[in-house]
Design a protein around this ligand. Structure first.
Ligand code: CUA
Length: 156
């Protein structure tokens, strides 16, 4: 098979670029310890109310400027509603579902998770700006899916 010289050059260039790109992505991901939000922790979705820490959903202070938000989602609400968090605090969100797949998105942040029943879905976020943050479910979960929302108030 005859391959034109210019085509050969482009082929080599393309493959080399791909290799360089994947190498950089790979090395930087390992170097900075990047991981997808963990959903490796399992829970029995029929016993959410009896399982720690979801037996007591809410916001807990765990350290200086560090909080844990334990949240239960079910059609069509998040428990607890309307949390108040001090500005600058880092919050570990632990979210599970009692019924179907829900979403957990804090609008205008990079917090956006699928809440899968049977899993404890977690993500952390630092609230650097005060204000009211809207939390919405962004996975269609039934008739009142569009009503499924809550708020996080970040105060000075
Ligand atoms: Cu829950 Cu949509």
């Amino acid at each position: 098979m005859h391959i034109h010289l210019l085509e050969k050059i482009w082929l080599i260039f393309g493959v080399a670029m791909l290799a360089i790109f994947l190498t950089i992505i790979g090395i930087s991901a390992f170097a900075s310890g990047n991981q997808p939000p963990s959903d490796a922790t399992l829970i029995d979705p029929t016993k959410v109310d009896q399982t720690k820490p979801f037996d007591k959903p809410g916001l807990k202070k765990i350290d200086d400027n560090r909080y844990e938000a334990v949240i239960v989602s079910q059609a069509f609400q998040f428990t607890p509603k309307d949390m108040v968090i001090p500005k600058g605090a880092t919050v570990d969100f632990l979210v599970t579902s009692k019924d179907v797949v829900h979403g957990f998105e804090i609008v205008k942040t990079n917090v956006n998770m699928m809440v899968v029943p049977g899993h404890i879905n977690s993500i952390e976020y630092t609230f650097k700006e005060a204000g009211e943050y809207l939390v919405v479910c962004n996975e269609y979960c039934g008739n009142a899916h569009h009503m499924m929302a809550t708020k996080i108030k970040v105060v000075e």
